[in-house]
Design a protein around this ligand. Structure first.
Ligand code: GUN
Length: 294
């Protein structure tokens, strides 16, 4: 069993970006600027955003944050996005999800300028991805593809089982793994809450991507010997022994699953770090496109 180490791979991506930003500064150019919109005080969202800001600073990106109370109106969010769309000094916009129930999430996403949509959530970018046209790929599936590429894992002709069909992870992941590209060409099965015989399907998988958000869901009896296991889960569970009062748990019962696998991502230290690295890569790409147009 070998660990797919998100620390090593994300650091390699970030080192490359740090060097590129340093070169921009030497040329007296401004650095790429990522702005985030955060509504309310959801603990997981706060953690994501803090990490995104920290990583921007470490690599030399400019970052900014628009914070709103839980009861913010749709109108105010829409006005803010319109202003950001028009701001020539901002390259990437990220609206942290989930948004409160009274806000129509899709309506907000639809308003983001697709050229600044570094999450790849806008229908234009999601559509391009499905068609295999180069665009911003949602950061978590993109980060996983970078991880597969770093370790040169063979995917062609393999059976990949993706558990979860969210727009953020499961669905784009299933599309990327099935595309006719390097680190694609899998035969993909998408499983979800209505799937019957989940265990039998998982037992046929050469690659499993667990992205359902249930701690320790994937157990050793569901995994074939030498499978590759990618754990996308990052659920907070109460843990009195931690200073924060919680521990981060993946969707995989790591302790018992890991010995059966050929490769596995840990939590923390796996996919989460890759998500951030991929977001920064998308933001740098947005900057290059943006600078070409101005
Ligand atoms: N919420 C959970 N994951 C993500 C993500 O990758 N991007 C955004 N914007 N919100 C999220």
């Amino acid at each position: 069993m070998q660990i797919l180490d998100g620390k090593i791979v994300s650091q390699a991506v970030k080192n490359d970006l740090t060097e590129k930003i340093a070169q921009l500064l030497r040329e007296n150019k401004r650095p790429p600027h990522l702005t985030a919109i955060l509504v309310g005080t959801n603990g997981a969202s706060e953690t994501y955003i803090a990490s995104k800001i920290k990583n921007c600073e470490e690599t030399g990106f400019k970052s900014s944050l628009h914070r709103f109370e839980e009861n913010v109106t749709e109108e105010l969010l829409m006005t803010t996005i319109k202003k950001i769309n028009e701001d020539d000094e901002i390259d990437g916009i990220l609206v942290q999800l989930p948004l409160p129930k009274h806000i129509d999430e899709q309506k907000i996403i639809n308003l983001i300028n697709p050229a600044k949509d570094v999450d790849g959530f806008h229908p234009v970018n999601a559509g391009k991805m499905v068609l295999g046209i180069p665009t911003y790929i949602p950061a978590t599936p993109y980060g996983i593809m970078l991880m597969l590429a770093h370790y040169k894992l063979e995917t062609s002709g393999k059976h990949a089982v993706v558990i979860g069909r969210s727009n953020i992870v499961g669905r784009p992941m299933s599309i990327l793994l099935s595309q006719d590209t390097a680190y694609g060409n899998c035969t993909v099965t998408v499983c979800h809450s209505r799937t019957k015989n989940l265990k039998e399907i998982c037992l046929q998988a050469d690659i499993i991507v667990a992205a359902l958000g249930k701690p320790c869901f994937l157990t050793a009896d569901m995994v074939k010997e030498n499978a590759v296991v990618i754990d996308v889960g990052i659920t907070r569970v109460p843990d009195a022994s931690k200073k924060s009062g919680f521990a981060i748990k993946g969707d995989v019962d790591f302790e018992n699953v890991a010995p059966k696998t050929s490769y596995i991502t840990p939590v923390p230290g796996g996919v989460g770090l890759m998500t951030i690295a991929a977001l920064l890569k998308n933001t740098y790409q947005a900057y290059l496109q943006h600078s070409n147009n101005h």
